[in-house]
Ligand binder design. Structure first.
Ligand SMILES: [Fe+2]
Ligand SMILES: [Fe+2]
Length: 293
């Protein structure tokens, strides 16, 4: 396992979705749609990360961490945009996600947004609470990034190469920047009680939103009659290797709650960097940036 730090840069990727089938994992609508929930959660969620971190920048006194946070902001903004661009393609295929994304926009912008708090302690408390929530969520984005980089079963089962590249480009950048959110939280606050409390909130919200999103997709998929999402399907897909297993997810919990936790203990930077060096989207982005220089 390797955790050499790399300077973070946003790769200006673009994807063409016209050849990607609705069930991009052949004959497996449930796993396809469970992963598709990322396209619902991430545009609003990662825009929210960027919004919070821009407010936090003036409080960072460590120059290297500041650079990392700026690189993180650039990467997350690009992730949010790339997943957002999948949504018109789903709409064209008869699966309009607007009812669900409208709820998510409310969740991130209103519930987790800037409340009308007076300047001072209350406002500072709410900002730190959100910084800690992001650190907890980033534990899971790194977990998923590491999973998708190693999920060879998706290749074996003929997953659409464009979708796989989106997921792995994103996953690799999540592994690349996995330490930033936690180090920022430690730098600004680091309270263990806050870490535990915000982990519980983030985990509950993720499970709730994810299962709702998978249900929404299954119930509204125009090609399915009486489409449903169940925990049983989730276990089955995990067993087949096309989704993370509940066991791996459960084991990730005590790791985050351990007092000696550091994200460097998770994932493999070398593997992430190697993927980014061969990712069709990242390579094309690099060539375009080179040509613009
Ligand atoms: Fe991301
Ligand atoms: Fe991230």
């Amino acid at each position: 396992m390797s955790n050499t730090r790399v300077p973070l840069k946003a790769r200006q990727v673009s994807f063409a979705w016209d050849k990607t089938p609705l069930h991009w994992l052949p004959d497996d609508p449930f796993s396809t749609h469970t992963i598709n929930v990322l396209h619902l959660l991430l545009p609003a969620g990662e825009r929210w990360f960027v919004h919070v971190y821009k407010q936090v920048l003036p409080y960072i006194t460590d120059e290297r961490l500041r650079e990392d946070v700026i690189g993180f902001i650039g990467q997350e903004a690009m992730h949010s945009q790339a997943h957002d661009e999948v949504l018109p393609h789903l709409r064209e295929q008869g699966l309009d996600p607007t009812p669900y994304t409208a709820q998510l926009d409310w969740f991130f912008e209103k519930l987790l947004g800037d409340r009308t708090l007076p300047p001072g302690k209350a406002r500072q408390w709410w900002l730190m609470e959100r910084v800690a929530l992001i650190a907890a969520i980033e534990h899971y984005t790194a977990f998923l990034g590491n999973w998708v980089l190693n999920a060879e079963e998706l290749d074996r089962r003929g997953a659409d190469p464009m979708m796989l590249d989106l997921l792995r480009w994103h996953g690799a950048e999540e592994v690349e920047h996995r330490a930033v959110a936690f180090e920022l939280f430690e730098h600004l606050d680091g309270s263990y009680r806050r870490r535990v409390r915000t982990w519980a909130t983030a985990f509950t919200a993720l499970v709730f939103l994810w299962q709702r999103g998978a249900r929404f997709f299954m119930e509204n998929d125009p090609t399915l009659v009486d489409g449903k999402a169940s925990w049983k399907d989730f276990y089955r897909s995990g067993k087949r290797g096309v989704l993370p297993t509940p066991g791996a997810m459960a084991r990730s919990i005590p790791r985050y709650l351990s007092r000696s936790y550091h994200p460097d203990q998770e994932g493999d930077t070398e593997q992430a960097v190697a993927y980014l060096a061969s990712s069709p989207a990242a390579v094309a982005a690099e060539a375009r940036t080179g040509a613009d220089r």
